[in-house]
Ligand binder design. Structure first.
Ligand SMILES: Cc1cc2nc3c(=O)[nH]c(=O)nc-3n(C[C@H](O)[C@H](O)[C@H](O)COP(=O)(O)O)c2cc1C
Length: 213
């Protein structure tokens, strides 16, 4: 293991797959959509993003969630509103998102404010989910202590009986939109001289600037 770690440490990756010089649109969503599409051409799960929150105790916490929708204002994901992340967002709506697309040597970093999406929109998405996931949303008190796996499975069994046909959306499950205030596009470049382009909202206008690698 030690040798393996040592070898990893000495493995100096050279980034040479692209550059960020000619394509800089006036707002970041067009940019994001282009990179997002390209990411899917090269890798699976390009929609998996790290979501970082900071709760009332000031301690940061990160986990992966799926980006499910993209509007011209923000990034939408779905979760349990009473989970660890939900409780954090309740106390402090400022979050950050991070996409890492290694096949393209790119990362995109988003900072913004999370807000629950309207209930009707969460209903729409919930309806589109497989029945098993719908029941799972009812069964799982996400992030809370669980006595045993068997208890969870028993709950699913009960819910199957309780909801023989349509499964309604539990009130504590739904979407958040992250209204982006800052988005950084990072493209790896040789010799660690990476390209970093930042879009930052200033008085409702996107300021665009480059930062040091
Ligand atoms: C690839 C991947 C995708 C995930 N997508 C979601 C998701 O969209 N929503 C969600 O609530 N959890 C998702 N999870 C599980 C979360 O990472 C996390 O375990 C869960 O949301 C509980 O987080 P919390 O206790 O910090 O609130 C995903 C995990 C992985 C590995």
């Amino acid at each position: 293991m030690d040798d393996f770690l040592k070898e990893l440490r000495n493995n100096h990756h050279n980034f040479d797959k692209g550059k960020l010089t000619d394509y800089v649109p006036e707002e970041p969503f067009t940019f994001f959509k282009k990179w997002y599409k390209e990411a899917f051409e090269f890798q699976k799960e390009a929609n998996a993003m790290s979501l970082s929150t900071v709760g009332a105790d000031g301690k940061p916490s990160s986990r992966i969630v799926y980006l499910k929708e993209l509007s011209d204002q923000g990034f939408i994901f779905f979760t349990n509103y009473q989970s660890h992340k939900g409780t954090d967002i309740e106390a402090n709506p400022y979050v950050s998102l991070l996409f890492f697309w290694p096949e393209l040597e790119r990362q995109v970093r988003v900072e913004g404010r999370a807000e629950k999406i309207p209930a009707a929109e969460s209903d729409d998405y919930f309806k589109s989910r497989p029945r098993s996931s719908q029941l799972g949303a009812w069964a799982s008190q996400q992030s809370r202590k669980l006595v045993s796996r068997a208890k969870l499975e028993e709950k699913i069994h009960q819910l199957n009986i309780q909801f023989p046909t349509t499964v309604p959306r539990p009130e504590n499950w739904g979407g958040y939109i992250v209204f982006a205030e800052k988005i950084e596009f990072w493209q790896g470049r040789p010799s660690r001289l990476h390209d970093r382009i930042v879009y930052e909202l200033e008085n409702n206008q996107w300021a665009i600037y480059r930062i040091n690698p």
